[in-house]
Write a protein that binds this ligand. Structure first.
Ligand SMILES: [Zn+2]
Length: 452
């Protein structure tokens, strides 16, 4: 049985879905205002591995991951660039999915957009105001965390210590520093939707609680995200559900940070290197290998040394794939190998130990083939393929054909047009799209040139 660390319980415990054979999971997705950073890549890979492992085990997974397409940062970028905010969110979402495709992350079953759920968010906020869990001020509507008895469960801190640690802002109409915005009243010219408290937009913490409960129902199985979302975002989602009398997620799972030269990567610290840079510079599959080699709750360092080590393992896996082409089909995977692999994966997704079994199996396959012992190699080859399928790692036999397709060629022409018109931001964003498609982009006197 799969056991996972549960942030709310503070320990590893059995993961028991509400319905046998089915798992419903919600993972907080991106705010679409810029290119995806390395932290985005990691959480997407961690939860993709969990999803694929469950599916490989015969479980039907409903995977929901939202797109935050209205937010202060989107409005700021639209204002500073003099563009429509919807143009920014659409383009950033396209780049997001191309980057996810490049690193092999499966598309969600549902990807709800915040702007499509504003009416339901207004309904929830109205119920919270009605019950006294929320109150209106001159600039919005705020939630009262003290109305939730176990507030601080995910932060693993008492409400008193959260209160004393919170920053008090000048001119604040909030009753206490940890009260958070459910609705933000619009300033002139900002995108807005109607509400009983005037035109405005929902706060970020409200969209996920509404969309997860709408698409997955009460008591859905797992809510996940990066560790930086644990508090306040997830705490505040949960608080609204509790105050609204709803049973929320049964299990909370958070992955560790990405460190770049030892520094914590989180949204508030900005991006040093983004995911598009990584896809451009190394085999995109190497990022999955790098994530698999670490425990999902540990921090990982993403730099040239660690990605090169991951790429070296990948080369070894590709090489054995070429060597074993035509072997192992119709053979049962070696059961002792599979038993050990499953035991590691079921132990809070110990992918590092599971990958060590993959590496041992590669050694054993090569040793058997060195002495032409095909009969011993075949069940190992079948196990090797099955383990890689379980973690979603694609290996290449013969080198894949790498040609410039017509869609990419069209993007090059559009980029040349944008550059000719001195639309630099547009030219840059097309460049990012090409990078997300796996191309190296070069500016030449003859225009944009790409190669894989
Ligand atoms: Zn969320």
């Amino acid at each position: 049985m799969l056991r996972l660390h549960d942030t709310a319980a503070g320990e590893v415990r059995p993961f028991e879905p509400r319905e046998a054979g089915k798992v419903s999971m919600y993972v907080c997705g991106p705010t679409v205002y810029g290119p995806p950073h390395l932290g985005h890549g990691r959480f997407s890979l961690v939860f993709d591995v969990l999803r694929r492992y469950l599916e490989w085990s015969g479980i039907e997974v409903t995977y929901v991951s939202n797109i935050t397409d209205i937010d202060d940062k989107i409005i700021e970028r639209a204002e500073s660039e003099g563009r429509d905010w919807r143009e920014i969110t659409q383009r950033c979402e396209d780049v997001w999915y191309r980057a996810m495709d490049a690193i092999g992350v499966k598309r969600p079953t549902f990807d709800p957009h915040a702007t499509a759920y504003v009416d339901q968010m207004v309904e929830l906020i109205a119920r919270l105001v009605e019950s006294g869990a929320a109150y209106e001020t001159s600039d919005g509507v705020y939630f009262r965390p003290q109305r939730v008895a176990d507030y601080g469960l995910l932060a693993r801190q008492s409400i008193e210590s959260l209160q004393s640690g919170a920053r008090v802002e000048v001119h604040d109409e909030k009753e206490t520093p940890i009260d958070f915005a459910l609705w933000k009243k619009a300033k002139p010219g900002e995108p807005s939707w109607p509400s009983p408290w005037g035109d405005g937009r929902p706060g970020w913490h409200t969209e996920c609680v509404v969309m997860s409960l709408d698409l997955l129902g009460e008591g859905f199985d797992l809510h996940g995200g990066g560790q930086d979302l644990c508090f306040p975002h997830h705490e505040n989602e949960r608080a609204q559900a509790v105050a609204d009398g709803k049973v929320f997620a049964r299990h909370w799972m958070h992955n560790g940070f990405v460190e770049v030269a030892g520094e914590k990567m989180s949204k508030s610290l900005g991006n040093f290197t983004n995911l598009l840079d990584l896809i451009e510079r190394v085999d995109p599959r190497a990022y999955r290998v790098l994530c698999l080699q670490a425990h999902y709750r540990s921090p990982i360092d993403v730099n040239e040394t660690t990605t090169a080590a991951a790429a070296a393992l990948l080369a070894r896996l590709d090489a054995v794939t070429r060597r074993t082409e035509g072997l192992g089909a119709g053979t049962d995977p070696a059961s002792d190998v599979m038993d050990r692999f499953r035991a590691r994966m079921d132990d809070d997704l110990n992918t590092g130990a599971a990958m060590a079994i993959v590496a041992e199996t590669v050694t054993a396959i090569n040793r058997a083939l060195d002495i032409d012992d095909v009969a011993s190699a075949e069940p190992l080859v079948a196990a090797f393929r099955s383990m890689l399928a379980a973690v979603g790692l694609e290996v290449h036999g013969a080198a894949p054909a790498r040609s410039v397709d017509s869609a990419a060629a069209a993007l090059c022409r559009q980029r040349d047009d944008a550059r000719a018109a001195k639309e630099w931001a547009r030219a840059d964003s097309i460049r990012n799209e090409l990078v997300a498609l796996g191309y190296v982009v070069e500016d030449t006197p003859g225009g944009t040139k790409i190669r894989k």
